[in-house]
Design a protein around this ligand. Structure first.
Ligand code: F3S
Length: 406
């Protein structure tokens, strides 16, 4: 890779260990992906989930601080594995807080959310950024028109150096569509967009799909639901919606130099098949309800409180009814009296973490109801949960009654 003299000095260790280790990470990834050089980025989003990083991650982040590492660009933080306000934390939970504090000492914003967009953290069109958390990349690239790869630990290296390898989604020609999905179904609501995202992600694999026929512009919540499921079921960091997303004003522009291929059709039948694939469980008792994946927006919190109010009663039975969100949305909801309504009915509103990014995960084999295809896949894989899948309203009903109805 071609490096500037300053970048070479960082790599040689002349500017300290944190920048040297960061440059080693970036140049190793860049070489593996045939990047010709490094380009500046304007922000990063960091995953520091303690259940994945463990003590090694804690030690690494704390050593960066001790050796003078400082973030040179804005850095936000993904969901962490514990609610920051929890009392009597375990050692692992305290370690997670130490990781967060290390990042804060280097200059990170403790946003602690997998949905930073609803906190106003949104790169602009054409900006090059380096964001980790798979669910954020499709939104950044496709909806905002900013540019990021699906970063991992390299996001910390980008935070320290303000650089990323020039490859993948940072290169114009790589952002064109390669497959066409014709949507012949009415898609409304987070659960339907989540199913559509899961199916589109799996069909697309490593090809950027262009969806035609979506009709209306999705809401932010619908985009986020789509992107999270799309990312976890596929491997690309971008999609287009013809006539809707900013780099796809038409099919021809979305495909760029690539020929427009014949379409793969998604209709109500294929979506119902996807729902059945997502949800193995039948009607009956529910152990856990988990909504707010990715973290619920204030609109979703208001809607949940309205639905709880409409159903007119407190929770019955032992079902654990989670609504996940971030701290700033929690505080806004608290100010509007929504937290009192939701917790008064028996829901547990969590901030910072969720039922699977947590040291206190869903019990193995539990029957879990959700409106998120991403939560469904995670709960299956980390807790071997039996999944029930449906609309937010249906999940709330199950949370209050303890029963999933067909
Ligand atoms: Fe966020 Fe947890 Fe879902 S981190 S994307 S709520 S699995």
């Amino acid at each position: 890779m071609k490096l500037t003299p300053n970048q070479q000095a960082m790599l040689d260790g002349q500017q300290g260990w944190p920048l040297q280790i960061a440059m080693r990470m970036l140049t190793a990834v860049g070489r593996a992906l045939d990047a010709p050089d490094l380009i500046p980025v304007t922000s990063t989003h960091l995953v520091i989930d303690g259940t994945a990083l463990g003590e090694a991650g804690r030690d690494f982040l704390e050593r960066l601080v001790a050796e003078g590492g400082r973030f040179t660009i804005p850095a936000s933080i993904n969901a962490i594995a514990v609610d920051r306000t929890k009392q009597d934390m375990t050692k692992e939970e305290r370690d997670q807080i130490r990781m967060l504090e290390a990042c804060e000492k280097m200059g990170a914003l403790p946003s602690c959310s997998c949905n930073p967009f609803i906190q106003g953290i949104q790169p602009g069109f054409g900006e090059h950024v380096a964001w980790s958390e798979s669910a954020t990349a499709p939104y950044v690239n496709s909806v905002l028109g900013a540019r990021t790869n699906r970063e991992g630990a390299t996001a910390v290296a980008s935070a320290l150096t303000g650089l990323t390898p020039r490859c993948g989604m940072h290169v114009d020609e790589n952002r064109h569509g390669k497959m066409l999905i014709q949507v012949d179904a009415d898609i409304t609501g987070a659960d339907r967009y989540s199913l559509l995202g899961a199916l589109a992600g799996r069909l697309a694999g490593d090809r950027i799909p262009v969806l035609d026929g979506v009709g209306k512009t999705p809401s932010i919540d619908e985009y986020v639901a789509f992107g999270a499921a799309f990312a976890i079921h596929g491997s690309v960091a971008m999609f287009h919606m013809s006539g809707i997303t900013p780099e796809a004003p038409s099919l021809a522009i979305a495909f760029g130099v690539n020929a427009v291929p014949g379409p793969v059709i998604i209709d109500d039948h294929t979506l119902e098949a996807e729902r059945l694939e997502t949800a193995g469980g039948d009607a009956g008792p529910v152990d856990v309800v988990s909504i707010g994946c990715p973290h619920a927006s204030i609109d979703q919190m208001r809607a949940a409180a309205t639905m709880v109010g409409r159903s007119g009663g407190a929770k019955t039975g032992d079902t654990v009814f989670y609504i996940h969100t971030n701290r700033s949305t929690f505080d806004t909801a608290d100010g509007e009296g929504l937290i009192d309504i939701l917790t008064g009915a028996g829901a547990r509103v969590t901030a910072d973490n969720c039922s699977v990014v947590s040291y206190d995960r869903v019990t193995a084999g539990a029957r879990l109801a959700t409106n998120s295809a991403k939560m469904a896949l995670f709960a299956k894989s980390v807790s071997d949960a039996e999944i029930l899948f449906g609309s937010t309203e249906k999940c709330i009903e199950a949370g209050l009654t303890g029963v999933w109805k067909d």
